[in-house]
Design a protein around this ligand. Structure first.
Ligand code: SF4
Length: 76
């Protein structure tokens, strides 16, 4: 996995900003915290073309619990 989103889920406050910006990758969990769609380990592979949009979503997180890796380097 070279390009991916990493969610520090334990510190998510469930504000929903990530979901409103990117419904393809984010959804609300039953516990009131967001989660990465289709992920079981709070990590989700993305394409290189998705990196910039995912970075913008991460920037919108008020508690900075979304991280994006591009070619295995953390960019946020
Ligand atoms: S924007 Fe951040 S705090 Fe808000 S729901 Fe998404 S991950 Fe959680």
């Amino acid at each position: 996995m070279e390009n991916y989103i990493l969610h520090e889920r334990e510190n998510c406050i469930g504000c929903g900003a990530c979901i409103s910006l990117d419904e393809d990758n984010w959804e609300m969990g039953d516990d009131g915290k967001s989660k990465l769609k289709g992920s079981k380990d709070d990590k989700k592979e993305i394409t290189i073309d998705e990196v910039e949009n995912c970075k913008e979503t991460a920037e919108a997180c008020p508690v900075n619990v979304i991280h994006v890796y591009k070619e295995n380097k953390k960019i946020i």
